[in-house]
Design a protein around this ligand. Structure first.
Ligand SMILES: Nc1ncnc2c1ncn2[C@@H]1O[C@H](COP(=O)(O)OP(=O)(O)O)[C@@H](O)[C@H]1O
Ligand SMILES: [Mg+2]
Length: 458
């Protein structure tokens, strides 16, 4: 095939990579629907200088490589800094995804206004007019007089506006487009092309980009996977619209820990970091209803007490249902099997529902024991005492294994006024110093935990 002499567009299937000169509803190669995305094919520039630079590649020993130490910049929102790993790294690309109305524009307006006190900041708003952004700044009372605003949707002229700019907010990646492509903004091709363009600018001019991204109904970032690949940091802003608490979570971070979460409260004056998050993930009725257990969960650098709630119902028809929010589904299936086999609790004709309070996600093994405690409590229909916390990893044989950060977890329980904590017997040594402040119950097997929590049933 003759090489194109000017930039042309082709359509590539995102599933199998088949190409076509025209858009097709169904890929003729793999048969998938709606997978053809527009792509630009630029003619390869091959002149002497590029040829020379390609062939004069030189490998260097590691000890000769030098790098500049980067100074992190504070965003002015403490929880946001924590999730980023201690502040903003200059020249990085940060993607913020979340449901509509969750507060993405709000938090980035606050941050942009704070940064504009000492840096040149540009707010590129494709979704709202400049006056709307100003109105929001006034409502939030954040000032930001030096912040530059642009209301446009085409990002081709953006590079010229970025002279001297250190931080730039793009609101949002699905609303912008580049003229090089004919597909509409928000399409897979446009999002990918715009994201790569922004990455090139960020890396060549050392500008930090905060990019807002929409999410699909399922909660994943809308657009191609490459959008997440080109980013340095991908954050999700979550929370129920009706509730005022929001959780910021990193799912990818090249400059920090991804298990860190930030907790915020949405108020009329904007988004405020919550530093006293102790009671947020616990319910009012704790200790009164069966099926609830509290566990000190470690997320990133902090430990917080989180309540796991379960509901068990007789299966009305056919296969029993299992549903879990905040806990991995496979983990639930595994623990149900362990409880059934090792402790004789029968769930095979019961529907099981799990929910973790406050929309937090628990994915560390140390929450296994609390999940089992909550399930057993629902099974026996006996509530667990309000001031009891449980943590530990459960093995397939029903043994309770030691976990990390036992000391930190017990200390959090003491701080929150808990009176009893059930933990792996192997962790006992490290927490012995708390014995006068809290009753420590070492557990070696799942059965031992059930005996301590539900003495009448065993
Ligand atoms: N005039 C207002 N007074 C108080 N709260 C407001 C006002 N306007 C918007 N909000 C709050 O801000 C939220 C929208 O935030 P925004 O940052 O625009 O969301 P996103 O950009 O994620 O779609 C709304 O859900 C609402 O709670
Ligand atoms: Mg918005």
């Amino acid at each position: 095939m003759a090489k194109p002499t000017k930039a042309t567009t082709i359509f590539t299937c995102s599933e199998c990579g088949a190409t076509s000169p025209r858009w097709l509803g169904r890929c003729p190669s793999c048969g998938q629907f709606n997978t053809m995305a527009e792509e630009i094919v630029k003619p390869a520039v091959k002149n002497e200088t590029t040829a020379k630079s390609v062939y004069s590649l030189q490998a260097k020993p590691l000890k000769e490589i030098s790098y500049e130490r980067y100074e992190r910049v504070s965003s002015g929102v403490s929880e946001f800094d924590t999730v980023l790993g201690g502040g903003i790294v200059p020249g990085s690309l940060v993607l913020l995804g979340g449901d509509p109305g969750i507060g993405k524009s709000t938090i980035l307006t606050q941050i942009a206004a704070h940064l504009s006190k000492a840096h040149k900041v540009l707010y590129f708003s494709a979704e709202e007019s400049c006056s709307q952004v100003k109105m929001r700044c006034d409502r939030l009372g954040v000032g930001g007089e030096n912040m530059l605003l642009v209301n446009a949707t085409c990002i081709d002229g953006l590079e010229e506006q970025l002279k001297g700019v250190e931080f730039c907010v793009i609101d949002s990646i699905q609303a912008v487009y580049t003229d090089e492509m004919s597909s509409s903004s928000g399409s897979v091709g446009q999002v990918r092309e715009c994201a790569t363009k922004l990455m090139r600018i960020a890396k060549s001019q050392n500008i930090t980009f905060f990019i807002i991204g929409h999410v699909t109904k399922e909660g994943a970032l809308a657009g191609p996977k490459v959008l997440e690949h080109v980013m340095d940091t991908v954050l999700y802003f979550e929370g129920e619209n009706q509730e005022n608490y929001r959780i910021l979570r990193a799912v990818k971070n090249r400059f920090g820990n991804v298990s860190e979460v930030g907790v915020f409260e949405m108020t009329g004056e904007g988004i405020i970091p919550v530093t006293d998050y102790s009671g947020i993930f616990l319910s009012e009725s704790r200790g009164e209803e069966a099926g609830c257990a509290v566990t000190p969960a470690q997320t990133g650098n902090r430990c917080m007490n989180v309540e796991i709630q379960t509901l068990i119902n007789r299966t009305a028809f056919g296969q029993p249902r299992r549903m879990s929010l905040g806990v991995d589904y496979n983990k639930l299936a595994l623990l149900l099997a362990v409880l059934e086999k090792r402790c004789n609790l029968h769930f095979s004709s019961q529907d099981v529902y799990i929910n973790v309070m406050g929309g937090i996600k628990l994915n560390e093994p140390a929450t296994d024991l609390a999940l089992c405690a909550a399930l057993a409590s629902a099974y026996f229909e006996r509530p667990i005492d309000k001031y009891t916390a449980v943590f530990g990893e459960v093995g397939l044989t029903g043994e309770v294994r030691a976990v990390q950060y036992a000391e930190k977890r017990v200390s959090e329980c003491v701080k929150m006024g808990f009176k009893r904590v059930l933990l792996p017997a192997k962790n006992l040594k490290s927490v012995a110093k708390y014995a006068d402040k809290i009753s420590i119950v070492p557990v070696l097997y799942l059965g031992t935990m059930l005996k301590s929590l539900f003495p009448k049933e065993q």
